[in-house]
Write a protein that binds this ligand. Structure first.
Ligand code: BG6
Ligand code: MG
Length: 214
């Protein structure tokens, strides 16, 4: 029988719409290298690490081969553009309905955590005034393997002191749904992740969680 006690939220594209900033920053790099890159290609980058994202973008690169130093520089350049965009974020970048869902879930006694592949997760949480909203934050700074590996969620469950089978993962990325499934957790898809058809629950909006957790 279903016994959900904790909810682990992905951050980019679930709680905040930083996915559009990832896209803008990668688009600048792709344009510079003459690589075709659109929002469809961007969906493949959801949930995967910065370095892996660059490798995916470079699949369509036809210029002279890049060595690991050049790739590192490109990833850094992307991150500089991205962080500049993040620096303009405020509390208004989290909708009132998202804040209400988080506080309702907590009031009902569920533990909540962030499970994000991003190394910028804590900075984002601070900028949007969500830094005290969670019982734990598992992010790109405490993992070796990025989604679809379940590591980030298993560490999150561990930080909450909960077993994976008592956790629900909320994700906008196919890689994130696969990670939650691989970790033995329940999964709820929103946005692009709904298209993969692999989640236990498909949601139209985050407030659907209030029915799933009834
Ligand atoms: C994930 C995003 O949350 O974080 C990915 O969905 C991104 O698109 C990954 O590549 C790593 O983010 P960052 O901020 O460490 O470059
Ligand atoms: Mg995401």
């Amino acid at each position: 029988m279903k016994d959900i006690r904790a909810v682990i939220f992905d951050l980019d594209g679930v709680l905040v719409f930083t996915d559009k900033y990832h896209y803008m920053a990668w688009k600048t790099i792709a344009d510079k290298l003459g690589i075709p890159f659109d929002e469809n290609d961007n969906n493949r980058l959801r949930g995967v690490s910065r370095a892996q994202s660059l490798d995916i973008i470079l699949e369509k690169y036809t210029g002279k081969p890049l060595d690991s130093e050049e790739k590192k520089r490109l990833a850094e350049e992307k991150n500089e553009i991205y962080v500049k965009l993040l620096s303009q974020m405020t509390g208004d970048d989290v909708s009132r309905s998202v804040r209400r869902v988080l506080s309702d879930i907590r009031e009902r006694g569920y533990k909540i955590a962030v499970g994000s592949s991003s190394r910028n997760a804590r900075y984002i949480l601070k900028m949007v005034e969500l830094e005290d909203a969670f019982d734990a934050v598992s992010d790109g700074t405490n993992i070796v393997h990025s989604k679809p590996d379940p590591e980030v969620f298993l560490k999150g469950a561990d930080m909450l002191n909960e077993s994976p089978e008592n956790c629900l993962v909320v994700e906008d990325a196919k890689a994130g749904i696969l990670a939650g499934n691989a970790g033995g957790m329940y999964t709820a898809a929103i946005g692009d992740a709904v298209n993969c058809g692999k989640a236990d629950y498909d949601m139209f909006s985050l407030s659907d969680l209030l029915y799933i957790l009834r």
